[in-house]
Design a protein around this ligand. Structure first.
Ligand code: UN1
Length: 521
């Protein structure tokens, strides 16, 4: 059986939020003493420190150096790929139950250390304590769920029936070889570990390249697991995408890529990777996710759900809500509730108790925000937010106000492109059919939601919406916070290639290829 870790949800149900906070505060003090440390890359079972390094600075306060990591070169990356290639035979021959056990053990270890891991992440990418714990929980869930899937599918080997008793047939799913794992800053534990576990547990070997803003959280996994695997099975290489990522995509020994990130990088990576050979490229590439609010909605619920989905972790989730379509006759009332809630959000140092929103990830994101606000003011109307925060606790970090915009032309960039910022565009509609059409009028198809107490409207929405992960009336968060097993996270259209959800029962098969074996006696 599989059970979600669900730390914060359980703390609320069991009335142990105080205990959660105490444990986090204690872990936070512990983590402080570790800041600024120098970390290695890991190639062929060896930790390697390099002279060329980069600083990982906290987006909350850039005076805080969280860690120093090696700037790996093309040669380092090639060494890592070669090591993974050499390790493939040994690792892929390890029985599946043994492979599965290694990840279950790692999940248990993460579960024991989860407050420390969440505190590190809060420093590293500016997640609040609750968001950071959600990330760690999801990583633990991925490891346990994929181990469980491998077990209930008995290593993906089974006999198949044949009408001629002399033909004995079987189907065996086999790993491909070396996978490059390219992961984003926003879920440096969950997404990095989810993709890497998918590749490894199925018998592939990997080179993991974490996002340069957030290597520590991903390193914690590589460090915990590499000694339990044959040397070279997992390699961990830090450095710019233009060097490490590029080498992974161009090297002929790499058999598959698992990527999560922007559409631009994903599409060009996919094209380059499959230019000369047919090879799997599993990708999740963002969204421009809509939520519909109809006249039959509970507006309080809708405002809560949308506020969480649009502004939780500063809109820096592929699942975040960036478009709202509200029915005309309830628009004023809804907008009033939403702006009121948004204006009273607690923005601050993310590790502090009761802070809802920390910083955005870096200077580039802040500059993107500033440009977006200028464009919003020119072409639409800013109803809430719109400023960079500069004083007090905000002075040394990248803090911005959550922003609500209306009256933009429907083809405007802010309505069409993914910004990955706390910016929400609101538009109005007359009839539900129009709302669904507007919601679908996007190149993406990741998450989508509706608020309505009318069953027929909800059914129509589920029937017609073109997105992979969809929700109705979710006040906790309209469209973010999918749970492993219950809500496999899947994108349609330009949001993803495979149509198979992370944390779902079809995920692992993507890292395997079938072999049909026939013996005639
Ligand atoms: C992402 O940001 O790439 O549903 C994924 C969610 C998370 C996944 C986000 N489980 O919000």
């Amino acid at each position: 059986m599989f059970e979600n870790e669900y730390t914060w949800g359980k703390a609320i149900t069991n009335n142990t939020v105080n205990e959660f906070d105490e444990k986090f505060d204690k872990a936070f003090e512990e983590v402080k003493t570790d800041l600024g440390k120098e970390y290695p890359i890991i190639i062929n079972g060896e930790e390697i420190f390099l002279d060329n390094k980069f600083d990982v600075k906290s987006p909350s306060d850039t005076r805080i150096i969280v860690a120093k990591f090696p700037l790996a070169t093309k040669e380092d990356t090639i060494n890592a790929i070669n090591a993974a290639n050499d390790a493939f035979f040994e690792w892929s021959s390890v029985p599946y139950k043994q492979r599965s056990q290694i990840f279950k053990d790692c999940a248990d270890l993460f579960s024991k250390q989860k407050f420390v891991l969440a505190a590190i992440m809060s420093f590293e990418n500016g997640k609040t304590r609750v968001e950071a714990m959600g990330d760690i929980d999801e990583a633990i869930d991925f490891m346990r769920f994929y181990a469980y899937q491998l077990e209930i599918n008995e290593g993906f080997e089974r006999e198949t029936p044949h009408p001629n008793p002399k033909e004995k047939t079987r189907i065996v799913l086999k790993p491909f070889g070396v996978w490059g794992i390219i992961s984003p800053f926003n879920f440096p534990s969950a997404i990095a570990i989810g993709m890497t576990t998918g590749a490894l547990i199925t018998g592939n070997t990997v080179v993991l390249k974490p996002a340069s803003d957030t290597p520590v959280s991903s390193f914690k996994f590589a460090e915990a697991i590499y000694k339990k695997l044959p040397s070279g099975t997992i390699n961990f290489v830090t450095g710019p995408g233009s060097v490490v990522g590029k080498t992974l995509i161009e090297n002929p020994l790499v058999s598959g890529i698992a990527f999560t990130g922007s559409k631009e990088v994903g599409m060009s990576g996919f094209q380059k990777f499959t230019e000369k050979k047919v090879k799997p490229f599993i990708s999740e590439m963002g969204g421009k996710n809509p939520v519909i609010v109809t006249e039959h909605a509970d507006l309080e619920k809708a405002a809560d759900g949308i506020m969480h989905a649009a502004f939780g972790y500063g809109g820096q989730k592929c699942s975040a809500c960036s478009r709202v379509y509200v029915q005309k006759n309830v628009a004023n009332k809804f907008i009033q509730k939403l702006t009121q809630k948004t204006n009273s959000l607690n923005i601050g140092l993310p590790w502090k108790k009761d802070v809802f929103l920390g910083p955005i990830i870096n200077k580039t994101a802040k500059e993107k925000y500033e440009a977006a606000i200028i464009s919003a003011k020119n072409d639409g109307q800013v109803l809430a937010g719109g400023s960079v925060l500069k004083n007090g606790d905000y002075e040394h970090g990248y803090y911005v106000e959550p922003t609500i915009i209306t009256k933009l032309p429907r083809e405007h960039r802010l309505v069409k492109e993914e910004f990955f910022l706390p910016i929400l565009c609101i538009d109005e509609f007359e009839h539900i059919d129009e709302a669904i059409k507007l919601a679908n009028d996007t190149e993406y198809g990741l998450t989508a939601g509706i608020f309505s107490e009318n069953k027929e409207e909800i059914e129509k929405f589920f029937d017609k919406i073109q997105a992979g992960t969809v929700y109705a009336n979710r006040a906790a968060s309209a469209i973010t916070g999918a749970l492993v097993q219950s809500q496999p996270f899947v994108g349609w259209k330009n949001s993803g290639i495979s149509g198979k959800g992370a944390g779902g029962e079809q995920y692992l098969q993507q890292f395997l290829r079938a072999q049909t074996q026939t013996r005639c006696d």
